[in-house]
Design a binder for this molecule. Sequence first.
Ligand SMILES: [Zn+2]
Ligand SMILES: [Zn+2]
Ligand SMILES: [Zn+2]
Length: 196
Amino acid sequence: MLNLKKCAKCGLGKDARGDFYWDKRRDQPHCWCKACLSAYNCARAKANPQVHNARSKAWREKNPERFREIALANYYRDPERSRRNRVWSQFRVEFRELWEAQKGLCACCDEPMLESGTEHDSVVVDHDRACCPGKRSCGKCVRGLIHWRCNVLLGHVQDNPTRLEKAARYLQRWAEKPTREVLEPVLMGPDFEVTS
Ligand SMILES: [Zn+2]
Ligand SMILES: [Zn+2]
Ligand SMILES: [Zn+2]
């Protein structure tokens, strides 16, 4: 028999056993349904991530065994999702460490980066394309944090240092010599007339 209970938040009648968390302090089902409670908790965590993260960290440290149980249960429920979460949280830690080690400077050009966003100067995680040709790294081939623009540059020269050295010399040559002198013998044949 389905025992219906009315959620105090959304007002819907729901399964008293399956759709409500147990409120341990009051020793009775929670007055809000699972969906309402998790929506509320998610919104609260999003509004103030620092406070939320500190609180969860403190709880994990205080209840290591319970935390292990929950992590294990999550793993058995959905191994793929649990793996993704672990990789992602590991990545966030590494990103922080890299950012601090590099002091927010680009590992490629040494100039300051924007910590977020999609600007030219925004940070991206650079990885070895010989290992992972796509946009994502396996995690082992991360080379460092660099500008989006520097990443595009490395992509265009296909990670070839010789090409960059030649490009640098090319720019140097133009910087040192007046443009015309270099241009004329190369691009202007005998039939070419300067009209201006
Ligand atoms: Zn509800
Ligand atoms: Zn850069
Ligand atoms: Zn890789």
